[in-house]
Design a protein around this ligand. Structure first.
Ligand code: AMP
Ligand code: ZN
Length: 151
């Protein structure tokens, strides 16, 4: 395998954390991934998992970095020490925001691991829905498939 591409932004707070120029409560580190506790948690043990590659949005990051992130996230879920396997077990959300309108504040891709233990803490989701419209869905489906062909 060839050496991974590396991108770094000296002004980026998460690049600084990766380099150890800013302290963090580091959790798992691999050659491609870094993870640490969020310092303004929305729930206890809210963690961030980031590629060691500076890309602002998901589509800016090479696949090999993205492929490393979910196994690290899975390990962290098991280490957080909460009951996720029982029928009434606690839950968790994996959240990854892209763009200001989508609530992204730090422009270095990051995955939030957010425990959901109760109604009040953790992620609270607003999810407006439309009525099912098969005609509209069919046209959209065609358009996306055509775009995929071009990639
Ligand atoms: P987002 O809104 O998806 O961009 O989330 C950015 C997250 O980064 C927020 O949850 C912040 O609390 C977190 N954050 C910002 N600076 C730091 C830092 N120095 N150490 C840990 N977490 C941070
Ligand atoms: Zn960065």
């Amino acid at each position: 395998m060839s050496a991974p591409a590396v991108a770094h932004d000296a002004a980026c707070i998460f690049c600084k954390i990766i380099k150890g120029e800013i302290p963090s409560f580091k959790l798992i580190e691999t050659p491609l991934t870094f993870s640490f506790l969020d310092i303004q948690p929305t729930a206890e043990a809210h963690a961030l998992i980031i590629p060691k590659y500076h890309g602002a949005k998901l589509h800016n990051v090479p696949d090999e970095y993205l492929a490393d992130i979910l196994p690290v996230t899975k390990k962290l879920v098991k280490a957080i020490g909460f009951d996720v396997d029982g029928p009434e077990g606690e839950g968790y959300n994996i959240l990854q925001n892209n763009g200001r309108i989508a609530h992204q504040v730090v422009d270095h891709v990051h995955f939030h691991l957010i425990p959901k233990r109760d109604e009040k803490t953790g992620l609270i989701v607003g999810w407006p829905t439309e009525e099912t419209d098969f005609e509209k869905l069919g046209a959209l489906h065609k358009k996306i498939l055509a775009n995929l062909e071009k990639q």
